[in-house]
Design a protein around this ligand. Structure first.
Ligand SMILES: [Fe+2]
Length: 200
């Protein structure tokens, strides 16, 4: 009895590890330079916000942007009239890409379903799990994506994106972002302006 319990526990861990490795491998191929760091950093923030986060949440944190890593099927901003519609399509597409990866690694069906559901709702939240993922994702944007995004997109677009990201944070996550420091003075000023304008 005990032996079969231990064996099935080990199998579960091996399947989850297989899935994490495959997700990381795919994201490593992304042409967006911040993607790889953002995936692991989102997982780190998730575990800081909720040290007991479920396996499904951890898989979703790693894979939530996986669609951006696959050029031939990724969703493109230019094909959408508004940013929210683009983000919703990106989340749906990422969930669809994730499902066969988890299944191929033998991840339990209920974990597969929950991880894909969380990825689908990571931009909007709406329940405790997807709210946590949305916060971890958004904090990570301010933590590790911002410098590269700013370099590539410039002041106006970075400010628009940051305003959008800051407003969707819960008050707890906004407090965390207020204390994120960037060495680049211009970037620090941009972030302070975004925070200040969101309060006023
Ligand atoms: Fe993200």
């Amino acid at each position: 009895m005990l032996r079969s319990y231990v064996v099935s526990g080990l199998r579960l861990l091996a399947n989850i590890e297989c899935a994490k490795q495959k997700i990381r491998l795919i994201i490593a191929g992304s042409q967006v330079p911040e993607d790889q760091c953002h995936a692991d950093n989102t997982l780190e923030w998730l575990l800081r916000l909720e040290p007991d986060a479920s396996e499904a949440l951890q898989l979703a944190a790693l894979a939530h942007d996986i669609d951006r890593a696959i050029e031939r099927i990724k969703v493109r901003r230019a094909d959408f009239d508004n940013y929210d519609a683009f983000k919703a399509a990106h989340a749906r597409n990422s969930a669809e890409i994730l499902r066969p990866i988890l299944t191929a690694c033998g991840v339990e069906r209920n974990i597969v379903e929950e991880a894909c559901r969380l990825v689908e709702f990571h931009e909007v939240g709406g329940d405790p799990g997807s709210d946590l993922l949305k916060d971890a994702d958004s904090i990570s944007y301010f933590d590790v994506n911002l410098p590269l995004y700013f370099q590539r997109e410039g002041w106006d677009e970075t400010k628009r994106r940051s305003r959008w990201g800051y407003r969707r944070l819960t008050p707890r996550a906004q407090e965390i972002v207020k204390h994120i420091d960037h060495e680049d003075k211009e970037l620090s000023r941009l972030l302070q302006e975004v925070i200040h304008e969101s309060i006023s």
